[in-house]
Design a protein around this ligand. Structure first.
Ligand code: GSH
Length: 212
């Protein structure tokens, strides 16, 4: 029997953070498909039984149920001892980048990609607004990675696993090539991809290709 269950779906970069972490630490886990595109996260059943916040990912470890990818990453890092920031300064630094990622990078990339690919009648002005914010925020991360192997230094941590959430999805889903426009991000993505047990989100989680 698998040690962990992860509620997730292939198109979710937020869920990919948890799925990738489980793979990278060599955990035994199985995905539970969340039918996000049919509105499952908004049903009263999902909110009552799985996550009151109405979101994936959700990690189940025995009697413990955790949500918010940042919390899940922290939990798995502490439990496995892998990708764990060392000492208070690194812990705070990792948290700083995880919050910046949640709000300013993947917090924009997720809705931007959703509006561009799947929302019907999305206002182009909103998509353009997100793209403008993304260009500036990705430049911040690119600058941080110039001369550094990973966000905190020479070693990959949960800050990197959080930050890469949406960045491996195909560039045609974004309409621009993040790795090409931001070369230090491109090289860093290559370093994460080279870690043992790395897998692409579309290979790791159920629901690809999408059937609408
Ligand atoms: N900050 C959360 C974000 C989770 C999130 O927004 N998940 C999306 C899927 S990518 C979701 O489930 N949205 C549900 C909805 O909008 O109904 C995390 O990092 O776990």
């Amino acid at each position: 029997m698998s040690e962990y269950k992860l509620y997730c779906f292939a198109q979710s970069g937020n869920a990919y953070r948890a799925a990738l972490m489980l793979n990278l630490i060599g955990a035994s886990w199985k995905p539970v498909f969340v039918d996000f595109f049919k509105g499952e996260t908004r049903t009263p059943e999902f909110r009552a039984r799985i996550n009151e916040m109405g979101e994936a990912p959700v990690l189940v470890d025995g009697n413990k149920t955790l949500t918010q990818s940042g919390v899940i990453l922290q939990y798995l890092a502490k439990k496995s001892g892998k990708f764990l920031p060392q000492g208070e300064d690194e812990e705070l630094e990792a948290l700083r980048w995880i919050i910046f990622d949640n709000q300013k990078i993947n917090g924009y990339l997720g809705p931007y990609r959703f509006l561009k690919n799947w929302a019907k009648g999305a206002d182009p002005a909103i998509i353009a607004f997100f793209k403008g914010r993304l260009d500036g925020n990705l430049a911040v991360v690119n600058k941080r990675l110039e001369g550094r192997k990973f966000l905190l230094g020479d070693r990959p941590t949960i800050a990197d696993i959080s930050m890469c959430a949406y960045l491996y999805y195909p560039s045609d889903e974004f309409g621009f090539d993040i790795a090409k426009d931001h070369p230090a991000i491109g090289e860093w993505l290559g370093r994460i991809k080279a870690l043992p047990n790395w897998a692409h989100p579309y290979d790791l989680m159920p629901g690809h290709p999408l059937q609408l």
